[in-house]
Design a protein. Sequence first.
Length: 245
Amino acid sequence: MMIPRFLALAAILLGLVGLLPSASMAQALPVVVELFTSQGCSACPPADALLGRLSRDSSIVSISWHVDYWNDLGWEDTLSRADFTARQKAYQKSLDVRFIYTPQIVVNGAWETVGSKERKVEDLIEKGRKTSLRVPLTYERRPDGLEVHIESGEIEAPATLWLVNTRSREDVDIAAGENSGRSLTYINVAKGVRKLGTYTGAAQTVMIPANDLGRDGSDGCALLLQEGGSGPIIGALAIDTSGLK
């Protein structure tokens, strides 16, 4: 008996669909790109612009950290905080860097380079994709906040779960210092960071109350699961929280 051509084609297509991975299987874990920058640094705008371009890639979790050690050189960075500088100093130790500097980009908490070296940054991102984060994070919206689920995983050291409140865009007119007279745009700017808990490899659920979202004018957040607090990042997630405030 002959099978009609369209039925045969349908059978072939169904067979191919059965061979495709599910959406959850096919979804790649993200790469985390952190930029340490300052409004008072004349070498930083190209790196700020690069982070802006990278932020358009949904597979990248990008964060702009404004440090405060430029603040006594003619212009006080309006987005800077001492604890952001402390984060960079923690990377200085874990990555064995001789000194802190701007602009610096850190990828997956494991590698660093000058933030304006676009080719080198792209190479590190590609390296990050090949050695992807290994602990998936997901979330569910609740009336009183976000419920974050961390899957079980094999880890080398207890990890810290960080909540980073972010602002998707900040436009700043700079009136003094090395960038005097310039109007600069910053993307995915860190507004605050705090520890949510410790992860030892077992699956767990963490609740983030609604009042912890939208702080300091933030409209998003990043969750970073990081070995030892400042080591390799083993899980990450970026969330738009603008509708949860």
